[in-house]
Design a protein. Structure first.
Length: 280
């Protein structure tokens, strides 16, 4: 099982968690912890062999300790697979990569659906066999109705995580708030920031030397949610806009895949506007 927790910091947290596990016959396989000196909060991730006690039993066992230490605590079976919905628009590189990694067994998840504001014919190179596909077109006038349908789809499929795989629609504040902590977005990141159309062409025109990508949780503030993962790559004056786009796609794919995997493995814990990420 995997236990993650956060709480106000105080002496003895590790001792009390370890003692509870020991007293009930569990065996700790991996443990990571972090004390944030700024927020005065403590974070911990523990992987353990639960012995003969099931998830419900362990939750009951931890309830008094969680209440005493004001813990935000999560516990689940390590083999439990999260239900994930992928949203995409015209660009298919992140969608293709996630589906490929899922089929290879790299991402422990069940895909509930792929949803796009474009028809399935937009993705001739994506293997959608066996994956439910929903075309939800959207215009500024139909956006509320489209999001209502998306909301209903998330509920009916019992989706636990929504991944915006280059989904080029801004979620409404209401939907972003509803999906807080369980919706991951990927976007290019430059210094300086280039917004709007053709960002790689803008970057080329300004002679940037580094390009990158950022994966973060979605909030009502556009592109300002807690960051999960980032990566960069150096470029030069020899790189054309087409080369920047190609390299940018590679970065976006690997950054999004790492962020999704870390979320699925309970390695990410929210810390206000930031995250604590216990990487492997």
């Amino acid at each position: 099982m995997i236990l993650t927790l956060s709480c106000p910091d105080r002496p003895g947290i590790v001792a009390r968690v370890s003692a509870l596990l020991f007293e009930r016959g569990a065996n700790i396989l991996d443990a990571q912890q972090y004390n944030d000196q700024e927020t005065k909060r403590f974070f911990m991730r523990v992987v353990f062999d639960p012995g003969d006690i099931d998830v419900a039993g362990w939750r009951a066992a931890f309830a008094p300790l969680a209440a005493d230490l004001e813990m935000i605590l999560r516990l689940r079976g390590r083999q439990d697979r999260r239900r994930v919905m992928i949203l995409a628009s015209q660009q298919d590189h992140c969608l293709t990569d996630l589906i490929w990694r899922w089929r290879q067994g790299e991402l422990p998840m069940d895909i509930t659906a792929v949803v796009s504001n474009h028809p399935a014919s937009t993705y001739p190179h994506v293997d959608l066999q066996g994956v439910a596909f929903h075309h939800l077109p959207v215009t500024p006038e139909t956006k509320p109705a489209q999001e209502a349908r998306l909301n209903g789809l998330i509920d009916s499929t019992e989706t636990e995580l929504v991944v915006l795989a280059r989904y080029m629609q801004v979620l409404s504040p209401d939907l972003a708030q509803r999906l807080e902590g369980r919706c991951i977005n990927i976007h290019h990141s430059f210094l300086p920031g280039f917004k709007g159309a053709r960002p790689y062409h803008q970057a080329h025109a300004r002679g940037v030397k580094v390009i990158g990508a950022t994966a973060h949780y979605v909030t009502g503030d556009l592109d300002e949610g807690p960051i999960i993962e980032q990566d960069v790559e150096r470029i030069s004056h020899r790189d054309t806009p087409a080369a920047l786009i190609r390299k940018g796609r590679d970065i976006e794919r690997r950054v999004l895949a790492r962020a999704v995997r870390w979320h699925l493995e309970d390695r990410v814990i929210l810390n206000g506007r930031k995250t604590v990420v216990f990487t492997d």
